[in-house]
Design a protein around this ligand. Structure first.
Ligand code: GRF
Length: 205
């Protein structure tokens, strides 16, 4: 499945997806990696392995919608069938979501609906939860609010700092994202309203 990934920074989730697809464990082909930031390390990673990249810095556009129109055109040119957000720090606007004729997935470092938005690990520590984790969800027009595909829990330890918790959650993210993408690609995901059912086999109940 022809897949685009949008990133803003480091790209460790992109790497986990690349490793899974190149290792033959995930039937996607990452054909394009886009970013809203020129210097994102994830772009270098993509270039190293020969994947076409493009930066779409917001400041180059009169408004956000123009940037998103450009993104969408680029995805159409690349015949994208699946879009994965992997640390993309901008919220895609309603127009983009409505016009995208492919599934859009995101990974978030908390057990949604707890702690959406920025600094999810810090929010979890400040709130005092004993368990946090990560969520892969379908992207809708809200902030980290789309139907949930998979979640993995991670214990919050008494000695945790934001960094140590983020590190353990990230390890879970690197397992969970390829697994969730695999379910979507194999047609084993059925959406019923807000609920996402995981089917045993493609098309079965
Ligand atoms: C991850 O924690 C992801 O859940 C969040 O942003 C971070 C991106 O990290 N949306 P990386 O760029 O994939 O290393």
């Amino acid at each position: 499945m022809r897949t685009a990934v949008l990133v803003s920074g480091r790209g460790s989730n992109l790497k986990a997806l690349l490793d899974a697809s190149r290792g033959g464990n995930l039937p996607i082909e990452i054909v394009a990696v886009g970013s809203d930031r020129l210097g994102a390390a994830a772009l270098d990673l993509s270039k190293e392995v020969g994947i076409p990249t493009r930066a779409f810095p917001i400041m180059n556009y009169p408004h956000r919608q123009a940037q998103e129109e450009d993104l969408l055109t680029w995805m159409r040119e690349n015949r994208v069938e699946l879009l994965l957000l992997a640390g993309y720090m901008k919220v895609l606007g309603p127009q983009f979501i409505r016009q995208a004729d492919f599934p859009v997935l995101n990974i978030h470092p908390s057990l949604l609906p707890a702690f959406p938005g920025l600094h999810a690990q810090r929010q979890a520590l400040e709130y005092g939860v004993k368990v946090s984790g990560c969520t892969v969800h379908l992207v809708d027009e809200g902030l980290d609010s789309g139907p949930i595909l998979l979640q993995e829990a991670v214990a919050v330890l008494p000695e945790d700092t934001e960094e140590s918790l983020a590190r353990r959650i990230l390890e879970a993210e690197h397992r969970l994202y390829p697994e969730a993408v695999g379910l979507v690609v194999s047609g084993r995901v059925k959406r019923v309203g807000r609920r996402v059912q995981i089917l045993q086999q493609e098309g079965s109940e």
